[in-house]
Design a protein around this ligand. Structure first.
Ligand SMILES: Nc1nc2c(ncn2[C@@H]2O[C@H](COP(=O)(O)OP(=O)(O)OP(=O)(O)O)[C@@H](O)[C@H]2O)c(=O)[nH]1
Ligand SMILES: C[S@@+](CC[C@H](N)C(=O)[O-])C[C@H]1O[C@@H](n2cnc3c(N)ncnc32)[C@H](O)[C@@H]1O
Ligand code: SF4
Ligand code: SF4
Length: 332
């Protein structure tokens, strides 16, 4: 089995399929930076579906069992169901998922399901139109995301919901959001992270997951019971309330989970990153386009994984590291 410097196996591959997005969440792609003049990647820079499929197959040979599509906003990539169909056919893939803002799911969910996508995680930070509009940078109404969640459920996709929590921004509405959304799907609350270089992160804006759980527990549903991890290295610590609704806490700041981190990340231009907070990656597109054999690519990937020492969240202090890859490039 291929393991890194700390003995962690390679299990997951998160594939970013575009750096573009139809939202401008302040904690990810703030509009002041990702404005009308921002130079997004030209189309020919992106890996083609053939190239993504080939690399994914090689990663699966090296031990990957779970693939997740992300971005930017993955649903903006043209003909996405064709890519899903290619990945769903790969032998050895046990899970095929996508993280999305949900806006385009009413149009795409049935085709994605038919192509072999198993589940989606839809991001929704607030049910208050003003708060959500401010957080997504474009005034987009939460009802549009709820429509996407509904479409995914109707198409038969598994659904989870992601909520990034920022102190003084959306934390006042967490309990209301939980009481509404828990009826639809498991909700995961994510501690605001210092990804990229432009999101103005500071420790005071982070609401520790313990505090989130305490807020959800106020009033009637006092008891949450911890649920065992579904797999080694699961990102979210899960709990169930008295009615069986599931909440996940993703605590990269207050309870880092680097010890079991089995995730590799492939950017839209084919760079391999071994940490969400990496400063640099390894170019796989160049050898791929220069005609490298499967064996050569595989040994390059294996060498990168073997040499991996990343444990950024465990090492993070109050200060963030300068010059990290952007979230929109690496896909979260
Ligand atoms: N620090 C850190 N954050 C991560 C890592 N993997 C995922 N996240 C963050 O956790 C949040 C949830 O990620 P998702 O894309 O929903 O994926 P997931 O939690 O792995 O999904 P499941 O397969 O459902 O467990 C996002 O904000 C990610 O950026 C990781 O390895 N390190
Ligand atoms: C970068 S997005 C890409 C996929 C898609 N556009 C979406 O929003 O779901 C992946 C996940 O990262 C989360 N995320 C982005 N920036 C974050 C930050 N600074 N801290 C914590 N989570 C963040 C998003 O909320 C989303 O759930
Ligand atoms: S979190 Fe997702 S939806 Fe929001 S700006 Fe980033 S990529 Fe776009
Ligand atoms: S901070 Fe890096 S090493 Fe730690 S869990 Fe996240 S991606 Fe993995």
């Amino acid at each position: 089995m291929l393991v890194d410097h700390w003995g962690r196996p390679l299990r997951d591959l998160r594939i970013s399929v575009t750096d573009r997005c139809n939202l401008r969440c302040t904690y990810c792609m703030p509009a002041e930076v990702f404005g009308p003049d921002y130079a997004f990647l030209p189309r020919d820079e992106l890996l083609s579906f053939e190239e993504i499929e080939r690399l994914a197959r090689l990663f699966v040979t090296l031990g990957v069992r779970k693939l997740r599509l992300t971005g930017g906003e993955p649903t903006l990539r043209r003909d996405l169901p064709d890519l899903v169909a290619r990945l769903a056919r790969l032998d050895g893939v046990q899970d095929l998922a996508m993280t999305t803002n949900g806006l385009l799911l009413p149009r795409l969910a049935p085709a994605l399901k038919a192509a072999g996508l198993r589940r989606v995680t839809v991001s929704l930070d607030s049910l208050d139109p003003e708060v959500f509009g401010r957080m997504n940078g474009l005034g987009t109404h939460p009802q549009r995301v709820l429509g996407g969640i509904e479409a995914a459920l109707q198409a038969g996709l598994g659904v989870k919901i992601n909520t990034v929590v920022q102190r003084g921004v959306n934390d006042a509405g967490l309990r209301e959001l939980w009481l509404t959304l828990r009826k639809l799907a498991p909700v995961r609350f994510i501690e605001f992270m210092d990804v990229g270089n432009h999101n103005g992160w500071n420790l005071e804006s982070v609401v520790p997951s313990g505090e989130v759980l305490a807020r959800l527990s106020e009033g009637a549903d006092r008891d949450f019971t911890p649920v065992n991890a579904a797999y080694r290295g699961e990102v979210a610590a899960r709990h169930r309330d008295a009615q069986g609704h599931e909440v996940g806490l993703i605590s990269s700041v207050t309870a880092p989970f680097c010890g079991d981190c089995s995730r590799a990340r492939l950017s839209a231009v084919g760079r391999l990153y071994t940490c969400l907070f990496a400063a640099g990656g390894t170019d796989l597109r160049e050898p791929l386009r220069a005609g490298a054999s499967d064996e050569a690519l595989q040994s390059q990937i294996a060498a990168v994984w073997r040499g991996r020492t990343d444990r950024y969240s465990e090492e993070r202090g109050e200060q963030t590291r300068p010059l990290k890859v952007e979230m929109s490039h690496i896909g979260g």
